[in-house]
Ligand binder design. Structure first.
Ligand code: AMP
Length: 404
């Protein structure tokens, strides 16, 4: 199959060529025809499958004719990064169509966004909170909406956006085509789909399974040795861009600082950053000036960097869904990738769940020459017979005091 099969207008095919796509991915092959027919769809596809172009291309085809300068398609995204990236795909594919798109999310000046919206835009990609701000202030109207996309619906639910989504839906009065994409289909998303979709077609790609081009391996290690092991692996491995995942934003920050001190070009992406810092981190990672990005699950949502060769789970993810999302960043569209997961003895149940997901036992690796027996710093202290520090809270001002 090739893109000619869909009979897209030459102005859209020019965009397809500009992005270098030659063969539709499976989700594109399955989803584009029913979307072009005007059907509602449920797309079960993880990031990395080409799902964005699967909804963007038929949207462009459908908006190509008809009025300009009004919001006729809306994509709701869980994070600003995903919103920006979806906008980039739209800009690339729509470059010859004259259709305009804009990303709308919080943390940036609202007046500037309002001016942008007034300049006449047909496709909006928005995060729920800021979108509602605009709708309630009357700086944006959805009265001309023809197509609504709810992207990464399961993540939207995880982030607590479902009430916002319902509020947005209540602002859309006219009959529309609705496309709902989700990597997984928990009951609450199923319920939402039943309520808002009309006779949907379900298209499903590799549900629950990571791309076959990724190899998975575990590195058993004690918690306090993880950073040392990470450095050893980075030292001895040929890598392109590397994405490191930690469980908390505090840990993402700390690991990034430790790697910077060890001389790596690295940055962190976590909830504590300002919008400018996030953008600088992402731009550096995308253009290759920063080779290592340390991130949390939520912050890394939607990161689309084709050259990611390794995903390193500094902390094993909380759920198998998170595992799929994390490693969806490597091995993208026919590329190979490695997923390395550091595990401690407390992670046994999560490892079993992963092995069930992958339907195979995972290989355990031991790095040659690495000292796995080095005690934790507080143990060293005990060994050297130094008096232990007792930390008490100074109740008056809540500061920490060390007492010997
Ligand atoms: P997505 O799942 O939408 O995040 O897409 C993952 C990556 O695949 C993006 O970098 C896209 O640019 C790329 N991609 C999407 N469709 C195709 C295609 N038909 N051929 C090659 N690459 C594609």
């Amino acid at each position: 199959m090739n893109f000619e099969t869909f009979n897209f207008h030459p102005s859209i095919m020019a965009g397809v060529r500009a992005l270098g796509y030659t063969t539709p991915t499976p989700i594109q092959a399955q989803a584009i025809p029913p979307i072009l027919q005007g059907r509602d769809i449920i797309g079960l596809a993880q990031t990395g499958t080409g799902k964005t172009a699967a909804f963007v291309l038929p949207i462009l085809e459908s908006l190509r004719s008809g009025p300009r300068g009004r919001v006729r398609a809306l994509v709701i995204s869980p994070t600003r990064e995903l919103a920006e990236q979806t906008c980039e795909v739209i800009n690339g594919l729509a470059s010859r169509t004259g259709l305009q798109s804009a990303a709308i999310y919080g943390g940036v000046n609202m007046d500037q966004q309002t001016r942008n919206l007034r300049s006449g835009i047909e496709i909006i990609v928005a995060c729920p909170g800021r979108l509602l701000d605009h709708l309630w202030k009357g700086t944006m109207s959805l009265s001309d909406l023809e197509i609504l996309v709810i992207d990464e619906a399961d993540r939207m639910f995880d982030m607590g956006f479902l009430p916002d989504i319902r509020n947005i839906l209540s602002c859309i009065m006219n009959r529309r085509q609705t496309l709902l994409f989700s990597a997984t289909m928990p009951e609450n998303i199923r319920r939402l789909a039943r309520e808002i979709l009309h006779d949907p077609v379900t298209v499903q790609v590799n549900r629950q399974l990571p791309a076959k081009t990724v190899s998975h391996v575990l590195y058993p290690v004690q918690q306090h040795l993880k950073t040392a092991l990470l450095k050893e692996i980075l030292n001895g491995t040929q890598t392109d861009s590397v994405l490191v995942f930690t469980r908390t934003k505090h840990r993402a920050e700390r690991v990034a600082q430790q790697l910077v001190r060890a001389g790596y070009r690295v940055t962190s992406l976590q909830g504590n950053l300002s919008q400018n810092q996030r953008e600088a981190a992402l731009t550096g990672f995308r253009n290759g000036s920063i080779k290592i990005l340390v991130a949390t699950d939520i912050a890394a949502r939607g990161i689309d960097v084709l050259s990611i060769s390794h995903v390193i789970n500094y902390d094993i993810p909380e759920s198998t869904d998170d595992y799929i999302h994390r490693i969806g960043r490597t091995g993208r569209v026919e590329k190979n990738g490695d997923a390395l997961t550091f595990v401690t003895s407390a992670d046994a149940p999560k490892i079993r769940a992963l092995e069930r997901l992958l339907n195979a036992p995972l290989g355990r690796m031991r790095l040659k020459g690495f000292d796995y027996t080095k005690p934790a710093p507080d143990q060293e202290l005990r060994h050297s017979q130094r008096p232990r520090r007792r930390v008490v809270k100074n109740q008056g001002i809540g500061k920490q005091m060390a007492i010997r």
